[in-house]
Design a protein around this ligand. Structure first.
Ligand code: 3HC
Length: 312
């Protein structure tokens, strides 16, 4: 019977149907989704930290309001995504425990430090730009609850990208020489880690073939990375910054930009826990969880008082 169910599932995928939470699905499909969606949720929540660090130091009230809104959006994205993962039968506590004990991954990019105000602009432009490139195709993911969550996330992500680009443009066009240098330095530091966000090359990506087959991923790691490079080169010209890659150039035959070799040993080191800020980021999340214990206990005690029948 299992074989028949699996055959029917594969046929639905082939027909481009969307899978809902209560539909039958193979265990491997469920596991792959919990892995990807929970990692994505953790990335949003950990991703609040590098920018949260700058809220008290924003240069104007307007910039502070924008940054606050953006960081709150990221908290919201994490919550939609945890909820989407929970529809697959894994609890929020299990997901968070996997993060706090270092068993779950989150995006490598959030293990880099935010050293200057320009990093707030660059994160919006490049990090959120890369995130949108990767996330728009997930709006068509075969698992419908994930796809639905991604639609709103992508709309908000697009505001994040625009605000970052606009902040950089302001510094480049109206700023001082020192501010322009700060933007260039920031772009130099974030460029390569952003290219790593898309994951390992397709031929070294263990999950890609099956995830593409199931329509969890619609576009491959390398293809998305290329699209990001092509889009960003033009934006860099308008901004007036250079991208720190001497091999970056238009290839007429391919109709794409060629670019230099990514340092994959750095990528695996950061993914493996040994990036510049891994310990600090995970430590901040674990501390927040522990500091919040009394809130969870109080909420449970309050709920228990108001549901005497369920208690019995
Ligand atoms: N950082 C950390 N780990 C990464 C990674 C990255 N940039 N790229 C790949 N990996 C991990 C994978 O999770 C996988 O490990 P696992 O098997 O233990 O889970 C391993 O490296 C091999 O990579 P694969 O290509 O085989 O893995 P996937 O098929 O899952 O593809 C992915 C990786 C493209 C990141 C995919 O999971 C994906 O599209 N995820 C959803 C998007 C996402 O998570 N974005 C997070 C950053 S953006 C963001 O958070 C928004 C911002 O505004 C805050």
């Amino acid at each position: 019977e299992e074989a028949l169910l699996e055959e029917r599932f594969e046929a639905r995928i082939d027909d481009g149907e969307f899978i809902e939470a209560k539909d039958w699905m193979p265990e491997h499909y469920r596991k792959t989704l919990v892995r990807q969606i929970s990692q994505h949720a953790h990335s949003e929540i950990v991703g609040m930290l590098p920018e949260g660090n700058w809220i008290t130091r924003a240069p104007t009230l307007k910039r502070k309001a924008i940054l606050l809104a953006k960081v709150q959006d990221e908290g919201g994205h994490g919550l939609y995504l945890y909820a989407a993962a929970e529809t697959l039968g894994t609890s929020r506590d299990q997901l968070l425990d996997a993060l706090h004990t270092g068993r779950a991954k989150y995006s490598s990019i959030f293990n880099y430090p935010t050293l200057t105000w320009a990093d707030m602009g660059t994160i919006g432009w490049l990090v959120d730009g890369a995130a949108i490139m990767n996330q728009v195709p997930i709006c068509r993911c075969s698992y419908a609850p994930y796809a639905r969550a991604m639609i709103r996330i992508c709309r908000e992500e697009s505001f994040h990208q625009r605000q970052g680009y606009e902040a950089l443009l302001t510094m480049m066009q109206h700023g001082t020489e020192a501010q322009r240098a700060m933007v260039q330095d920031s772009v130099n530091r974030w460029w390569w880690p952003c290219l790593m966000m898309f994951g390992p090359p397709d031929d070294q990506s263990p999950n890609s073939a099956q995830s593409m087959r199931w329509g969890i991923k619609r576009v491959s790691n390398d293809e998305l990375r290329q699209k990001f490079v092509d889009a960003t080169v033009e934006q860099a010209k308008v901004l007036g910054v250079t991208l720190p890659d001497p091999d970056l150039k238009w290839n007429e035959a391919r109709q794409h930009h060629d670019f230099g070799t990514i340092d994959w040993s750095e990528f695996w080191r950061v993914v493996g826990g040994d990036g510049p800020c891994n310990q600090e980021r995970l430590g901040a999340r674990v501390k927040a969880w522990e500091d919040g214990a009394w809130v969870r206990e109080a909420a449970l005690a309050h709920a228990a008082k108001h549901t005497p029948l369920q208690q019995a």
